[in-house]
Design a protein around this ligand. Structure first.
Ligand SMILES: Nc1ncnc2c1ncn2[C@@H]1O[C@H](COP(=O)(O)OP(=O)(O)O)[C@@H](O)[C@H]1O
Ligand SMILES: C=C(OP(=O)(O)O)C(=O)O
Ligand SMILES: [Ca+2]
Ligand SMILES: [Mn+2]
Length: 667
């Protein structure tokens, strides 16, 4: 509006302007004084409700309808046109301020709700407690940290796209993001605080994922993360739940630096209703995710710039030097592996679904074995794809979302996952066309571990609430790149426990080097990276539950057939699905079986829809000698791995322990 100093008046075109000349712009205060014949109005009846561009923009965004009205005043700054949140301002801010408090200097930081670019009007904000000694005042205590609390996916999209390089909307509406240098978890950098309690309670030493750190070093890292987060203009705070079992629900708070992390956890944890959020109170567990900010190598126990630290006593987790979002969900899973067994609830690394008749199946397996793919089944209700609890009353999902691998994802083979990749879904590290924004799921340029994180209700057959009765089938998945395990075998209880404790899968080693030998991985309970107690504790609970419920165990090889990786081929997903169908329907239970040599596995002679030649792995191999050699090699690896467990008793039942020890390969 150059040449027009009046910003709060209205504009109109003068009808008196000459035909070919530009109309003269007249401006008048209040507008009503002009005679209507002088002014051209498209629609004189409708008056606008704004006087300025800012006001116009403020109209675009309707206020959310919170369950209780937002309280103005009270020293709390309410965001005006920035991201908003339907929860009472003051108590939330006080609680966040307490979460972010430095342990050594001034207390809670000054926090403001909303985006720093929109909530410019600064007022006094509560501190917890308000009486910090003057000597402790530092520059950091004088600055404000803006809190973006439980933003909606749309708001988080905007934050990500505006401020986080590498954030884009894909052609189907998902938010494509980059996780930076780390595109997978960092188990070697995981540390757990060993204090008086955890020293005796947790599993330490050889084979354990719990690498110790002391309380002091944890506090150093915590302070580092908190200082980093407080130094930012804004932090994202998610207040959410874990576990759909209402009696064993855990309240978690996630403080992070990135909209990507906030949206990821929004999708992966259980989303509270506005009313639940209003009454959220103090979280049971808090994550401080400092993302790319590294740990200090001079800190005791640090062996790289990445550190993922769990302190069960303080109920806190600190993440430094990695932006891989899966670290948060799996970190919380570890915490559940500690908390739930204390309540006699078994925490399990498995997918879970339920048939129309209420028959529940569990899908155990290490990463990439098919938990997410096979639990997502168009003919069944999805309870969850990765983390569950099995209590006295049945199963419950720990999470509120799924985290699917998307390498080579196809619409034909996995339509439900394909269709879940839409607005709201976080797509990590995928490659897309720069113009159409169509994702190329075959592209591994960034990583092979490309992922999609979406709320569970994006799967049409999801069962909300995500709970179900006791499992009928317990399916152990192994992706056997050696190609010697049968596509399916029926297990007795001892065999189920043997394979559960072994936790076998074989992945294919690095794709870039010439060596493409399969490498066996044994991970106790199909999740050694997440368990907190000795594996036999979980095994005993599983045995007891399976026995009590009469559940059947199955071993399903979703890996190679007709040869190892390189000569054989991966078992077709369509065949594996037929096998799983036959387990669910009960038809496989009634099949005729034969026993394999060495592993002593019961394999069916027929499965509907699956070529019978592949059911006995030896038949599928051309080179029978190579088959036998490979089988013996794998059997040896199983035996070596199980050696550490031979001195342990599994539960109270000495007989079962003996049977489990005898359930391994015989050669
Ligand atoms: N026969 C098969 N059974 C299961 N998955 C298969 C099979 N063949 C190929 N796949 C692929 O293997 C991957 C399994 O990954 P996913 O289900 O995410 O594993 P998890 O959830 O256990 O980490 C998917 O990309 C899937 O498409
Ligand atoms: C997210 C993970 O789980 P999964 O690969 O089992 O889906 C992970 O292990 O990082
Ligand atoms: Ca997993
Ligand atoms: Mn998965």
């Amino acid at each position: 509006m150059a040449g027009n100093g009046n910003t709060d008046g209205e504009f109109s075109f003068s009808a008196a302007a000459a035909r070919d000349a530009l109309p003269r712009i007249t401006t008048e205060k209040g507008a009503k004084s002009t005679t209507s014949s002088d002014v051209c109005h498209d629609d004189t009846a409708s008056r606008v409700n704004f006087q300025t561009i800012d006001q116009l923009h403020s109209l675009q965004k309707k206020r959310s309808a919170p369950t209780t009205p937002l309280k103005e005043g009270g020293g709390v700054v309410m965001g005006t046109s920035g991201p908003t949140t339907p929860v009472s301002g003051e108590s939330m801010l006080q609680s966040v301020s307490a979460s972010l408090a430095s342990l050594t200097r001034e207390t809670g930081p000054k926090v403001i709700r909303g985006d720093p670019t929109s909530a410019a009007k600064v007022a006094h904000v509560p501190q917890t407690p308000t009486s910090a000694p003057a000597a402790d005042v530092s520059d950091s205590s004088l600055k404000f940290t803006h809190v973006l609390h439980n933003l909606s996916p749309a708001e988080l999209y905007e934050q990500a796209i505006k401020y986080e390089k590498g954030s884009f909307v894909t052609s189907t509406g998902a938010l494509a993001t980059l996780s930076g240098a780390k595109t997978g978890r960092s188990p070697k950098d995981k540390r757990v605080v060993k204090d008086e309690t955890t020293a005796s309670e947790l599993w330490w030493g050889k084979g354990s994922p719990n690498i110790e750190m002391d309380e002091q070093s944890f506090l150093v890292n915590r302070e580092r993360a908190v200082d980093y987060l407080n130094s930012l203009d804004k932090v994202f705070v998610n207040d959410q739940y874990l576990n759909w079992d209402p009696e064993n629900r855990i309240k978690v708070r996630i403080v992070s630096a990135r909209a990507y992390h906030s949206l990821f956890m929004h999708n992966m944890c259980i989303r509270p209703t506005a009313e639940e959020l209003e009454n959220f109170g103090t979280p049971d567990f808090t994550i401080y995710n400092a993302g790319k900010f590294p740990c200090n190598r001079f800190t005791h126990y640090m062996t790289s710039s990445t550190s993922v630290d769990i302190n069960l006593g303080r109920r806190e987790m600190v993440i430094l030097g990695t932006q891989y979002a899966g670290e948060m969900k799996k970190g919380l899973f570890g915490v559940m592996h500690y908390l739930m067994p204390k309540r006699k609830i078994l925490s399990i690394h498995s997918g879970c679904n339920m048939g129309k008749d209420g028959d529940v199946a569990l899908f155990f397996g290490l990463s990439g074995t098919g938990k997410t793919t096979l639990s997502t089944d168009h003919n069944r209700y999805l309870i969850g794809d990765d983390e569950h609890c099995w209590s006295e009353t049945g199963v419950s999902n720990i999470e509120g979302g799924c985290y699917a691998k998307c390498i080579d994802l196809s619409r034909e083979k996995e339509p439900d996952i394909w269709n879940a990749i839409k607005f709201g879904t976080v797509l990590e590290n995928v490659v897309f066309d720069e113009h159409t924004r169509e994702v190329d799921y075959t592209d591994k340029s960034v990583t092979e571990n490309t992922r999609a994180a979406y709320p569970i209700e994006y799967i049409p057959n999801s069962k909300i609430p995500c709970v179900g009765p006791h499992p009928k089938n317990v399916i152990l998945l192994a992706c056997d790149a050696f190609g010697v395990l049968p596509p399916v075998s029926k297990l007795d209880l001892a065999q189920t426990m043997y394979h559960f404790i072994s936790g076998y899968t074989a992945l294919v080693a690095g794709t870039e080097e010439g060596v493409k030998e399969p490498r066996a991985t044994f991970s106790a309970c199909f999740g050694a990276a997440f368990i907190m107690l000795h594996p036999t504790k979980y095994a005993a609970m599983l045995a007891e539950k399976m026995q009590a419920q009469g559940a059947t165990g199955w071993l399903v090889n979703t890996g190679w057939s007709g040869g190892s990786y390189g000569s054989g081929s991966r078992i077709k997903l369509a065949y594996t699905r037929k096998i799983i169908d036959a387990i669910h329907s009960g038809s496989l239970l009634n099949a005729t079986y034969q026993k394999t040599e060495i592993f002593g596995l019961e394999i069916p002679n027929e499965v509907e829809g699956v070529p019978s030649e592949i059911l006995e792995p030896m038949n599928a191999w051309e080179d029978k000698v190579a088959y036998k050699d490979t089988l013996l090699k794998l059997a040896g690896l199983f035996r070596n791995n199980f050696e550490t467990f031979t001195s342990h008793k599994i539960g109270e039942d000495g007989k079962l322990t003996e049977e489990i020890l005898a359930a391994g390969p015989n050669f």
